[in-house]
Design a protein around this ligand. Structure first.
Ligand SMILES: [Zn+2]
Ligand SMILES: [Zn+2]
Length: 448
């Protein structure tokens, strides 16, 4: 089921609605009111200063003011996207909407990159030819929304529960701001709007389709409800884990439930395999290099009094260090083989490396940190002490070039924050502006 087609002029769409919805958020009201007065004052001062050519207006203030002026549009865009979620690989309407906004900002737009992805190219006037990419993801999840928001999903069973509507908005907002810098932008920026992050395939589709050709560095973000809005989470090094898929088939020999000595019990051997794998993690893996192995699905057997001849196990394996990740298939097979050999069973293993770990480049992470600090102050930075064992297909780009992803705090201070992928997950919308300003300032500073 496709959501209704977006309005051909996304900026102008439902302006009545935006004011109605906008002022329903007290956080947003307070935020915009606080900053609007400062922005207006700066705009006037800037005109006076430029006219008399005394002191150049700081670019960070210009970026912030442009974003503040765009704030109502950004909330409108975010709410439109939130109401019209699409599943991984089926983001046609979202992609068309994104392409419309990028075109209206004067970017060169390529559609259907990486199946349904969009690429927008913004050419700066400067002499620095290094190309920076900014990547956002566009897909939603098969979840029935239960937030009760006025702009809830209009598509039953599909919800933007991972904040990719916010990511897409931040990507568009950054394009809007940077496109207004005109000749002040020192280099070229490529905006990647990728599909299918939730199934960990979209980034690879984009790479295969040439989306990062000639790109020198890439930046991205992910919302994070446990970080309060008004803060940016920065992590140097490993941010997320490598996530691999594991399937094991154990083949024994069927027999009468009362005569186990005449059979090879695949269920009992599967139990031994699971137990041995879990024990071996604690005894044979370096405890400073974490590995999590979860068998999430098991099936086998035909009747209570018949010994099972076959069991299927499937699960996920998470690790942080690339060398550990590389060694895991052999490590798993050695354990499964030794248990099966001991009890006379046969086995088959399918181990598929999924997304690698996101390893944030130190220089680009420092760029993100200083870009946020410069505008929002050092109290806005939350250094993330521990990586997550979740997965993120941003790592597929990092196989080819350096990059960094920051966490955008979207938590509320006065109410429960539901986790990502929860049907009641909500975003504190004041974070949208912070995401845009931070990303745009980081992009500008990339060439400094
Ligand atoms: Zn997700
Ligand atoms: Zn996500």
């Amino acid at each position: 089921m496709n959501p209704p087609a977006p309005h051909p002029h996304p900026f102008l769409q439902g302006e009545g609605d935006i004011f109605k919805h906008l002022f329903s958020s007290i956080y947003f009201q307070a935020f915009v009111f606080k900053h609007w007065r400062v922005a207006a004052h700066r705009a006037v001062t800037s005109l006076i200063i430029r006219k008399s050519s005394i002191v150049p207006f700081p670019m960070k203030d210009r970026i912030k003011d442009l974003a503040i002026a765009l704030a109502p549009r950004l909330i409108e865009i975010r709410r439109h996207l939130h109401s019209h979620p699409e599943l991984s690989g089926q983001e046609q309407q979202t992609a068309a909407y994104v392409a419309g906004v990028l075109s209206s900002c004067g970017l060169q737009v390529r559609e259907a990159v990486g199946k349904v992805g969009v690429v927008g190219e913004l050419g700066g006037q400067g002499s620095d030819r290094r190309l920076l990419a900014i990547r956002t993801d566009m897909d939603a999840l098969p979840i029935q929304e239960r937030t009760g928001l006025e702009f809830s999903s209009r598509t039953p069973g599909i919800m933007h529960a991972c904040g990719h509507d916010v990511h897409t908005t931040v990507g568009l907002g950054t394009a809007m701001v940077l496109s207004q810098l005109g000749h002040s932008l020192p280099g070229n920026v490529r905006f990647l709007f990728q599909p299918a992050e939730e199934i960990a395939q979209g980034a690879e589709w984009m790479v295969q389709d040439g989306a990062i050709e000639n790109v020198n560095a890439i930046l991205s973000l992910h919302v994070f409800p446990s970080i309060p809005a008004g803060k940016i989470g920065i992590r140097y090094g490993a941010l997320t884990a490598a996530a691999d898929d594991l399937e094991i088939i154990i083949r024994g020999e069927s027999g009468h439930g009362a005569r186990p000595h005449e059979a090879i019990d695949a269920i009992w051997i599967a139990a031994q395999v699971i137990t041995t794998l879990q024990q071996a993690i604690s005894r044979t893996q370096n405890p400073l290099r974490p590995v999590v192995l979860t068998i999430g699905k098991i099936s086998g057997g035909r009747a209570p009094n018949v010994i099972a001849d076959q069991v299927h196990l499937s699960g996920t394996v998470r690790s942080l260090h690339p060398e550990t990740s590389e060694a895991l298939p052999v490590w798993v097979e050695n354990i499964v083989a030794s248990v099966c050999q001991t009890y006379g069973a046969k086995y088959q293993i399918n181990y598929r490396h999924g997304t690698p770990s996101v390893q944030n480049d130190l220089k680009l992470t420092s760029l993100l940190e200083s870009a946020a600090k410069e505008i929002w102050g050092s109290e806005s930075i939350q250094i993330i002490q521990e990586p997550s064992l979740g997965a993120e297909d941003f790592s597929c780009y990092l196989r080819h070039l350096p990059g960094s992803m920051f966490r955008l705090g979207v938590g509320f201070s006065d109410r429960r924050n539901y986790p990502l992928h929860h049907p009641q997950f909500e975003v504190n919308e004041s974070a949208v502006l912070m995401g845009v300003v931070t990303m745009a300032n980081a992009a500008y500073k990339y060439w400094q």
